[in-house]
Design a protein around this ligand. Structure first.
Ligand code: IVH
Length: 661
C-alpha cells in the first residue's frame, strides 16, 4: 500500500467523519472505527512527517504551547452591533431602514453568547483564526481554534475566503470545565461566555482541546463575491462545511420579524448553549451602502436583547451567611419560584447598601431574576403591594459566634471581628466529612468550602440538611444531577457510620480515633457518654485527666448538646452496635492485610474486622491467624506461606464478612 495515499485517505475519512458528527450531527462511523483511523493516521504521520496533509485532523488534539499570541490586523474591521431592548425600539430601527431604502427583507439569527472569531481560508484550507480584539487588531488563536471539532480544516470549495462566527462553550462543556476547576481548587467560571473567552486565551492548546468549545459561523467577509443576500450566505456557509446555527429565518417585514422574535424567546430556553438575543440583518447586500454605517456599527443590522426572565415572589426572611473571610452577606429567603428553568428559594442581596438603596423589607413582594442566567438576585420591590413592613436593619453581631460586626470605611461589607469565629472556621466541617472520620465520599475540602461559602453549610448538622436544597445544588456550576446525587447518597450512607467515627468527627479536644474507639466500648451510646462525668471516665484505664475533662466540658456546652440533638433527629446512628462477635470466626483473631485491595479500602476492611471482634496487625508473625492478600501481595504473603498461616484473597474475605458489614 502506498503510504502517502493511505495518509491522504485517512485524512479525508476522518475529516468527513468529523463533519458528519460535529457539524451535521449525523454520525456515519462508530467511535471505535474513528479511533482506529485516528490511531493509524497518527502513527503514519509520525513515521512519515513529510506526507502529513495540510488539513490533518491530528491537529485537533492540540499540543502546541505558545509563549503568547501574535497580533493580527483585520483587513476588514470587525464591527459590533447596536442594541434594541423592546418592540418599540425595534420598530424605530425599522423606521430608519425604511427611510433609507425600499424593498428589503430581514433575516433573524440567534445571537450566540460567546466570542467573535475571524477565520481565514486559502484555497479551501484553514489558515488562521483571530479574535476580534479592538475590532481592528486582534490576536492569532489559530492553534486553539484548530481544536474545535466542528471547524472544517478543508472546505468543499478550493476558495480564498474569510468568514466570521462565534466561539461558544456548550452547557455540558461548561459544567465539566467547572468540575475540573473545582477539583483543582481554582476559581469557577461565572458563565459559559467567560469560560469560552478564558479558554481561547489558553497558551496550551491541549487544555483547549479538552474543554470542547464549539463554533457557529454567520458572516462572509466581502460576501458579494459569492452571494447577494444574508440568507444565501448562511446557505453557502453550510455548503462549504461550516456549522451554521439552524434557527435562522427569512422574514418579509417588521411584523413577521416581531412574531419570530417571540418564538425565539421560548426556543432559547431549550437550547444547550447560551444566547443573549436575536441578530437582525437586512437580507439584501446591495442595500448596505445606502443604509450605511456609524463609526462602530452597521445601520442595516441590530441586536434585539432578550430580557432575562423576571418573576415576582415574597421575601419571607433575610438571613445572613458568613464566608471564609468573615464577611457577612445578607441572603433573601424567598417563597420558592420557578425562574429560568429552576426553582429558586434563596437569592443574593449583596450587602446593606444594596438593601437600603432598594428599600427591601421582609414580607415585601420582590422581583427576582438570574444574573447571567445563573445567579439568583433580588432586583426590586413591588412597592404597590407593600403593607406595613418594617425597614431593614443590618445586624450588628455575628450570626454564628455573636461577636461584633465591623464595617470598614469605604467598604460595603461587614466582617465578624472574632478571629476564632466558627463560621469562618470550616475546618471542623472538613474534618467531620473526612475519610478518617465520617468518610463522606465526595464531600471533600473543596466542596465543603464552596457549600460553606454559598451558605449551605455552617454547622455539621447542615450537612444532613443539604438534601432539602437538592434542586438548588444541581444548579451550582460544576455540580449537576449526577454529582449531587452522589453527594447526597454518600451523606445518607454516612448516617449509619459507627459511633466512634461520629465521636471522632465531632472534633472533641483530645478525642482522637483511638480514644473514640476506647470510649464506645465503655459507653456504647451517645446518651450514656453524655451523662458520664469526668470522674466516671477516669475509671477507663486509657483515659487520663485531660481527656476526661475535655469530654465533660464538651457535653456541658448547650450549643454542642443542640448539635448532638440535631444529629440524632436527623437520623444519625448514636449507638455502638455490639455485634454477636462470638459467632464470627474473626472474633479474637489477629489478621494481617497485605497487597492492594480493590473491593474495600484499608480503613473499611480494618473497621469490619474490628467490628467482628478481630484485630488488625501490620506484620506477619506466628501470632497471626489469617492473612488477607490483595493484588500484588509481596513479602508478607511469602512469610505467611512459610509459616503455614491461612491466606485468603479479597474475594474469600468478602464472602466471610458478607452479611456482617
Ligand atoms: S453579526 C456587523 N451574527 O454579537 C455584524 N453577530 O454585538 C457583526 N454575535 O461581535 C456580527 N451571534 O460576537 C452576528 N448571528 C450573529 C451573532 C453575532 C453572536 C456576536 C458577535 C458580535 C456581537 C455583536
Amino acid at each position: 500500500m502506498d503510504i502517502r495515499n493511505r495518509i491522504k485517505t485517512l485524512t479525508e475519512l476522518i475529516n468527513q467523519a468529523n463533519i458528519d458528527y460535529h457539524t451535521k450531527d449525523q454520525p456515519t462511523i462508530t467511535d471505535y472505527q474513528y479511533d482506529q483511523y485516528l490511531k493509524e493516521l497518527r502513527e503514519l504521520e509520525e513515521a512519515y512527517p513529510e506526507y502529513k496533509e495540510a488539513d490533518s485532523p491530528t491537529e485537533k488534539i492540540g499540543g502546541l504551547v505558545l509563549d503568547g499570541f501574535e497580533k493580527v490586523t483585520h483587513q476588514v474591521p470587525m464591527m459590533s452591533l447596536s442594541n434594541v431592548f423592546n418592540e418599540e425600539e425595534l420598530r424605530a430601527f425599522d423606521d430608519k431602514v425604511r427611510k433609507a431604502t425600499t424593498n428589503y427583507t430581514y433575516t433573524s439569527e440567534l445571537k450566540i453568547d460567546g466570542l467573535a472569531v475571524s477565520l481565514l481560508y486559502e484555497k479551501g484550507l484553514f489558515k488562521r483564526a483571530a479574535t476580534r480584539g479592538n475590532g481592528v487588531v486582534g490576536e492569532d488563536i489559530t492553534q486553539n481554534v484548530k481544536t474545535i471539532k466542528s471547524l472544517p480544516l478543508r472546505l468543499t470549495e478550493m476558495i480564498d475566503i474569510e468568514v466570521r462566527g462565534e466561539i461558544y462553550m456548550p452547557h455540558k462543556s461548561f459544567k465539566l470545565a467547572n468540575e475540573d476547576r473545582m477539583n483543582a481548587g481554582e476559581a469557577l467560571f461565572q458563565n459559559p461566555r467567560n469560560a469560552a473567552a478564558g479558554t481561547i486565551r489558553q497558551l496550551d492548546s491541549t487544555i483547549v482541546a479538552k474543554r470542547n468549545l464549539d463554533l457557529f459561523v454567520y458572516t462572509i467577509v466581502n460576501a458579494t463575491q459569492y452571494v447577494n443576500t444574508q440568507k444565501d450566505a448562511l446557505e453557502y456557509l453550510t455548503h462549504l462545511g461550516f456549522k451554521v446555527n439552524p434557527h435562522y429565518a427569512h422574514l418579509s417585514d417588521i411584523d413577521a420579524l416581531i412574531k419570530q422574535i417571540e418564538s425565539y424567546d421560548a426556543l432559547r430556553k431549550t437550547l444547550s448553549y447560551d444566547t443573549d438575543g436575536v441578530v437582525i440583518k437586512v437580507n439584501e447586500f446591495n442595500r448596505y451602502e445606502t443604509i450605511g454605517y456609524t463609526a462602530k456599527f452597521p445601520k442595516w443590522a441590530t441586536a434585539y436583547k432578550f430580557q432575562a426572565e423576571q418573576v415576582e415572589t415574597i421575601l419571607k426572611d433575610i438571613t445572613f451567611q458568613i464566608g471564609r473571610t468573615g464577611v457577612v452577606t445578607p441572603v433573601a429567603e424567598l417563597e420558592p419560584v420557578f425562574v429560568s428553568g429552576t426553582t429558586v428559594a434563596r437569592a443574593t442581596l449583596h450587602n446593606e447598601d444594596y438593601i437600603l438603596a432598594k428599600d427591601i423589607r421582609i414580607g415585601d413582594a420582590v422581583v427576582v431574576h438570574k444574573a447571567g442566567e445563573i445567579i439568583p438576585e433580588v432586583l426590586h420591590v413591588v412597592k404597590e403591594k407593600r403593607t406595613n413592613q418594617t425597614p431593614f436593619m443590618m445586624i450588628n453581631t455575628c450570626p454564628v459566634c455573636g461577636h461584633e460586626l465591623i464595617r470598614h470605611e469605604g467598604e460595603a461589607d461587614y466582617y465578624c471581628s472574632n478571629p476564632e469565629c466558627p463560621g469562618k472556621n470550616i475546618n471542623s466541617l472538613i474534618h467531620f466529612a473526612s475519610r478518617v472520620a465520617m468518610d463522606i465520599d465526595t464531600l471533600g475540602e473543596k466542596v465543603v468550602e464552596m457549600l460553606h461559602e454559598l451558605g449551605y453549610l455552617n454547622t455539621i448538622a447542615d450537612i444532613y440538611r443539604l438534601k432539602d436544597y437538592r434542586d438548588e445544588l444541581v444548579e451550582i456550576p460544576g455540580f449537576g444531577e449526577k454529582k449531587v446525587e452522589k453527594l447526597l447518597s454518600a451523606i445518607e450512607t454516612s448516617k449509619t457510620q459507627t459511633l466512634d467515627r461520629l465521636l471522632f468527627g465531632l472534633g472533641i479536644k483530645h478525642v482522637g480515633a483511638k480514644v473514640a474507639k476506647t470510649l464506645i466500648k465503655h459507653y456504647p451510646t451517645m446518651d450514656s457518654l453524655r451523662q458520664a462525668t469526668a470522674e466516671d471516665l477516669l475509671h477507663i484505664p486509657e483515659i487520663g485527666d485531660m481527656i476526661a475533662i475535655s469530654i465533660e466540658t464538651y457535653f456541658s456546652d448547650p450549643k454542642k448538646i443542640e448539635l448532638i440533638e440535631d444529629l440524632k433527629n436527623l437520623g444519625l446512628n448514636m449507638t455502638h452496635e455490639v455485634v454477636q462477635a462470638v459467632a464470627h470466626e474473626f472474633n479474637g483473631k489477629t489478621i494481617v492485610l497485605t497487597g492492594k485491595l480493590n473491593l474495600f479500602s484499608r480503613d473499611q476492611a480494618t473497621d469490619i474486622i474490628e467490628k467482628l471482634g478481630g484485630k488488625v496487625a501490620s506484620s506477619v508473625s506466628s501470632k497471626t491467624d489469617f492473612v488477607v492478600a490483595g493484588e500484588d501481595a509481596g513479602s508478607k504473603l511469602k512469610k505467611a506461606n512459610e509459616l503455614g498461616i491461612p491466606v485468603m484473597d479479597e474475594q474469600a474475605f468478602k464472602e466471610k464478612i458478607d452479611g456482617y458489614n
